[in-house]
Design a protein around this ligand. Structure first.
Ligand SMILES: Nc1ncnc2c1ncn2[C@@H]1O[C@H](COP(=O)(O)OP(=O)(O)OP(=O)(O)O)[C@@H](O)[C@H]1O
Ligand code: SF4
Ligand SMILES: [Mg+2]
Length: 335
């Protein structure tokens, strides 16, 4: 990461709620609060990891930052040469141009590539859509991005089923790079791959990031993978951010009881070291009927009376930039 941090995304009080409808008139009877009051900053050139249990809103957050899901409320500000513009207010033309700046890589590379079309066609389409009208120019771009992911140019004439899983994901990354994005939102990009191939793809992603000064939002279940990739990490629980910190600080000194429980589940590679595993008790509450106060209170071993009533605010604690939403630390500050 560069020394002087330049902010690229500034997300303020973002909510993405999905309406639950009932009956022939589709009366709205509730909402799935997939992303619920999220504020965060993303810096150019960094990898920001996003972790949390299944259903906590990671993918919805990623998609909302690209407006693949419509924000219900809040702002998503993107840096246009120093001027921050709210993409949630963009018209169709502005959104079309924005999509060149931010691209997404999904978990399943097979479904991301049309199985009936040769790779050449799948690679040509986004370039045509974004106005690269000269065939020679399109081919030059295709060759360049394929080279970046170590795939031979003549493979363009093959179909997706003729590639291995790792090659297919490399092709998806190459296709995302064609329009020269500034940000890649990677949603579980290696989860469908064999462990031996995962490292290859992750290292390639790191090399490309350095070469192009790309910013990554890296969503994954596997906390070891996120640690390997990320400069900073955001921990989500039931649509909210509960902790943000530099990768090192989060793994060495996690603060939130939920983060501690998540990290305690990572196996320790050193057989001489042991780690007490903290098993999370209780069910993840529904994002439709969220608990009052701290959403984690029904599973937290440190739950206090205030936790059941008051939603804790994010406060700074420990190393600079380490933020946590938990009354344990609020009380410490007040004392
Ligand atoms: N289009 C949708 N309509 C209604 N509910 C949705 C929609 N997309 C997601 N949800 C719900 O929003 C919540 C968050 O889902 P999301 O896919 O963002 O979670 P996630 O953290 O990415 O989970 P996973 O780790 O399993 O991928 C879940 O309860 C999910 O069922
Ligand atoms: S606010 Fe209370 S319930 Fe929530 S994590 Fe902190 S101690 Fe646990
Ligand atoms: Mg997901």
């Amino acid at each position: 990461m560069s020394e002087k941090k330049e902010m690229i995304f500034k997300v303020e009080n973002l909510r993405t709620w999905f309406p639950i409808t009932k009956g022939a008139f589709k009366k709205v009877v509730g909402h799935v609060k997939a992303v619920d009051d999220v504020s965060l900053e993303v810096y150019r050139g960094e990898t920001l990891g996003i972790v949390g249990e299944s259903g906590c809103g990671k993918s919805t957050l990623g998609k909302t930052l690209m407006m693949l899901e419509k924000a219900t409320d809040g702002q998503v500000l993107f840096n246009y040469d120093g001027e921050f513009r709210d993409i949630t207010k963009f018209n169709a033309k502005e959104m079309f141009d924005f999509r060149k700046k931010v691209q997404m890589v999904f978990q399943d590379p097979y479904s991301a590539l049309n199985p009936q079309k040769k790779i050449y066609t799948s690679f040509e389409e986004p370039l045509k859509v974004h106005g690269v009208n000269s065939e020679a120019e399109r081919e030059a771009i295709m060759q360049k991005v394929l080279k970046m992911v170590n795939i031979q140019p003549d493979y363009l004439m093959r179909y997706p089923h003729e590639f291995s899983g790792g090659q297919r994901q490399r092709l998806c990354i190459a296709r995302a790079l064609e329009v020269m994005p500034e940000v890649l939102i990677c949603d579980e990009p290696v989860s469908a791959l064999d462990v031996s191939i995962q490292a290859q793809v992750l290292n390639l992603m790191k090399d490309i990031q350095k070469e192009l000064n790309l910013t990554y939002l890296f969503i994954a279940h596997d906390l070891s993978v996120v640690q390997y990739m990320s400069d900073r990490i955001v921990v989500m629980y039931l649509g909210k951010i509960v902790e943000v910190a530099d990768s090192r600080a989060l793994y060495d000194e996690p603060l939130h009881p939920y983060t501690k429980a998540l990290l305690s589940a990572i196996p320790v590679p050193d057989i001489h070291k042991t780690k007490k595993r903290q098993v999370l008790e209780g069910e993840v509450p529904s994002p439709i009927h969220k608990p009052t106060g701290c959403a984690f209170h029904n599973r937290c071993p440190h739950c206090m009376e205030i936790c059941k009533q008051v939603d804790p605010a994010m406060t700074c604690h420990g190393a600079p930039g380490h933020m946590v939403a938990c009354h344990l630390y609020n009380q410490e500050q007040q004392a």
